[in-house]
Design a binder for this molecule. Sequence first.
Ligand code: ZN
Length: 121
Amino acid sequence: MDRKRTLVIKNPHLRKVRDALRMAIVNATFERQKEIRKKKRRFHPTEVERRIPLANQEQDLDRALRASVCMCPICRSQTSDMIFNPVIKKWYCIKCYEENRKWYRTHPNSTESRYTPNPFP
Ligand SMILES: [Zn+2]
């Protein structure tokens, strides 16, 4: 996806279904991460060749969850309507997106380079 997109559900019954599905996905991901951490603790910290693949799995799950529409990566809301940010390639709740957008508008030289595009268009 390469354009800004907003997902708003107005029907309260559909919102409830959406929120329940998001919660199920987020909880399943957290459970899987918990299992991985438990497995990782079985190995001594010096056994890096066994611990690193598990740490990578855990990070992959975290990265996937943060990029998904299930949870805002800033406030962690699972019940909000979401906006896709095509620059960062992540979904944000409308409140966080608008706050960041306003901030970057009032602080135009806040990115690393002045040629870097506004991360919240
Ligand atoms: Zn948020």
